[in-house]
Design a protein around this ligand. Structure first.
Ligand SMILES: Cc1cc2nc3c(=O)[nH]c(=O)nc-3n(C[C@H](O)[C@H](O)[C@H](O)COP(=O)(O)OP(=O)(O)OC[C@H]3O[C@@H](n4cnc5c(N)ncnc54)[C@H](O)[C@@H]3O)c2cc1C
Length: 667
């Protein structure tokens, strides 16, 4: 390697960092919730880096699936020995950082254990069950997963086919998969790792079906780990991403489980088979809401990682010329490049701000529920469903934009993008398919619109704009005088208009169609209304958070927040023009504002992404290296390829060599 010296063109990122107009360290503290949290995060990172078992001997993208699963399992066990250092059960806080550093864009044998199994036990068991199961789960004496989805049904829970039929003679439930489509399909860690699961099955008692309920079920023998009699289990095979996880399938053949396997915090079955219904029909949704809430943080972290890679690489990479004779240009100086990458950075900031809010709301609701208060449950359900949908969607698209912005090297696994995308895009589907989630949000919006029309609406915070009467035209004059208040009013106008457009169309359709058909016939408009509702929330929340930021950070954060909002407006120009609410001149003003933000963010870009404080070990991207020393690192990374371990591949000897030899002999 020493024979070839470094190309003098390679950019030292320290020069980029000197251009920043703010203090990166202070920005990092602001992002992470204070200097103390940032310090703790760094301590954890330093600790994890110091333990050999947490590190990957070779980059995981070079491993087979089995090797990846083994690699992850080793880290899980290393984590067990260090739980006093790292509490992996706190997925809002340190657990998340831990995830990011050690497993990153993969899930491991115990991911579902922490994200779904333990939270379900905490949320759905009665006191006796909690005593029995939580200690075992937290100590890792058992590894659990969450098995709800089936081969035939995921979204439509009411049509799940797995049955749990109560037998009062033995005080047991009989778990059964009557058909192939009843096979549980997808649960993380089910294929080979977990020995327990929360299984969702249709509860039958006294000849009546009471709908889907959660049961705790042992799947594998404690000693041998072989599936128990009557349970067929396996791995579902390779996927687009998350291949270090053994997502599994499972079929039951009349498996008997005790009565108290039913998680009985809300619904109960008495020994004689009498069913006791939960006090509130939505109480069982707690775990889903929890996971959706943490997903906002998780997704924003993935988009931030992608934006970090694309921004740093854009500062390193030189291509083409702007002024002849002045040498090749850092691609970050092209406006088109800024237009592609900076909005992704802005989105990641906006999503992180929302993640903090939704976390706080989740905590409040959980506290209220312990006192039997369900007042905010619906709001949390709507907000978490809508945010989950919009954020995961925009994250997936944003990652792809970042990848494209890195040209050919973005296509290499060395960039990190394939792993990031493969992981993040799964979030569009699990925990509620995105469109289905938007349609759930739309139910709330249609109810709110109905209330406004009838004068009975009682709209708190997030839905209040639906009941407002806004101006007929935008107040925007020039982008220099475009206040946060004006901007929010403009977005509120479009969101409100879409809510009532969907509502009016729904009402019209209901005149001649059955309610379900009417709903389906306007569902594209309904989903649109939900998207606007969520985007409005994201902008409002971000602007508000920025308005409370320290003065020295506020300048640059305002550019970031404005870019986020302007990008939303300029991506949907028609919505602002169609009813004459804005003129094309006003839209041009927004565009000017956007271009100005790009130019203002250019000198701050590298430092802004630095503020997320990713360590190279976390980022796992050759292109996104903190020191910008991309090219030698790419050559070194490629040496990991199995194909480079031999001078000539056996395939040459077996197929290609003889073919060419034969062809040569015939010339
Ligand atoms: C990476 C990954 C991990 C997963 N982990 C788990 C796990 O640990 N445990 C578990 O139980 N499950 C898990 N799942 C399954 C996941 O929860 C389901 O895939 C998800 O709920 C969607 O259900 P589905 O696959 O049946 O999609 P479908 O519902 O069949 O969706 C297919 C299409 O139909 C549309 N559609 C469906 N219903 C409607 C409707 N009512 N109105 C309009 N359009 C509709 C959807 O929008 C979508 O476009 C995982 C999935 C993935 C991808």
């Amino acid at each position: 390697m020493s024979r070839w010296i470094q190309d003098g063109d390679n950019v030292d990122l320290t020069n980029e960092r000197k251009k920043a107009t703010f203090d990166t360290e202070r920005m990092s503290a602001w992002i992470h919730g204070g200097a103390e949290v940032l310090k703790r995060r760094r301590e954890i990172l330093a600790f994890v880096k110091s333990v050999d078992d947490f590190n990957d001997p070779v980059p995981v993208e070079f491993l087979s699936r089995e090797e990846r699963i083994l690699n992850n399992a080793r880290k899980v066990v290393a984590m067990t020995g260090n739980t006093d250092q790292i509490d992996g059960s706190d997925f809002f806080g340190e657990g998340m950082y831990y995830q990011a550093l050690t497993m990153g864009r993969d899930l491991h044998a115990m991911s579902l254990h922490y994200v779904m199994f333990i939270p379900t036990l905490q949320g759905q068991t009665d006191d006796d069950q909690l005593d029995e199961w939580l200690t075992k789960a937290i100590s890792r004496a058992v590894i659990g997963t969450y098995a709800q989805t089936e081969l035939g049904h995921g979204t439509n829970l009411s049509k799940l086919e797995t049955t749990a039929t109560y037998d009062p003679a033995t005080e047991e439930f009989v778990l059964n998969s009557p058909t192939i489509t009843a096979a549980k399909w997808w649960p993380g860690g089910l294929g080979k790792s977990s020995n327990y699961a929360v299984v969702v099955a249709q509860l039958y008692t006294k000849g009546e079906c009471k709908g889907p309920h959660p049961f705790i079920v042992q799947l594998r023998d404690d000693e041998t780990h072989i599936p128990l009699k009557g349970i067929r289990l396996g791995d579902i095979g390779p996927k687009l991403g998350i291949n270090g996880n053994d997502n599994g399938f499972m079929l039951f053949d009349k498996v008997r489980i005790p009565r108290n396997a039913l998680l009985m915090r809300y619904a109960k079955v008495k020994p004689d088979g009498t069913y006791v219904a939960p006090a509130h029909s939505k109480l069982g949704y707690g775990t889903m809401v929890f996971v959706r809430s943490i997903m906002i943080k998780d997704q924003s972290t993935q988009l931030a990682a992608a934006a970090t890679i694309a921004t740093r690489y854009a500062a390193v990479r030189r291509q083409g010329e702007i002024s002849p004779g002045k040498g090749e240009v850092q691609i970050i100086d092209y406006q088109t490049q800024q237009f592609r990458v900076f909005p992704q950075m802005a989105r990641a900031f906006a999503f992180m701000a929302a993640a903090t809010e939704i976390r706080n709301l989740y905590m409040t609701v959980t506290e209220q529920l312990t006192h039997g208060n369900t007042e905010l449950l619906a709001e949390l359900h709507v907000l978490s469903s809508g945010l989950k949908s919009v954020v995961s969607w925009d994250t997936a698209q944003g990652i792809e934009q970042c990848r494209l912005a890195c040209g050919g090297h973005g296509y290499s696994q060395a960039s990190g993008f394939p792993e990031i995308f493969g992981y993040a895009v799964g979030g569009c589907t699990y925990e509620g398919e995105n469109i289905v989630m938007l349609l759930q949000v739309a139910r709330f919006l249609m109810k709110a619109a109905e209330g406004v029309k009838k004068g009975t609406a009682n709209l708190a915070d997030i839905g209040a704009y639906i009941g407002k009467t806004g101006g007929k035209t935008s107040r925007l004059t020039t982008h220099h005088h475009y206040t946060d208040k004006d901007l929010i009013e403009d977005l509120e106008h479009v969101a409100r208009k879409q809510v009532f457009r969907a509502y009016d169309r729904l009402k019209k359709a209901q005149d001649h169609l059955r309610p379900e058909d009417a709903w389906n016939s306007v569902s594209v408009e309904l989903a649109k209304a939900s998207r606007w509702h969520v985007r409005l929330y994201l902008v409002k929340n971000f602007l508000n958070k920025v308005s409370l930021a320290p003065q020295d950070l506020k300048f640059v954060l305002t550019d970031v927040a404005r870019l986020y909002a302007y990008d939303i407006i300029t991506s949907s120009i028609g919505a602002f023009l169609e009813d004459g609410y804005m003129t094309s001149q006003q839209i041009n003003e927004v565009k000017e504002g956007l271009y100005e933000c790009l130019a203002k963010l250019r000198p701050n870009a590298v430092s802004l992404v630095d503020s997320w404080d990713y360590d190279d070990k976390e980022l796992k991207s050759v292109l996104g290296r903190r020191d910008g020393n991309v090219y030698p690192a790419l050559l070194e990374w490629a040496q990991n390829s199995q194909l480079n371990k031999t001078e000539v591949l056996p395939s040459y000897h077996k197929y290609l060599g003889p073919m060419m030899k034969d062809a040569r002999s015939k010339l």
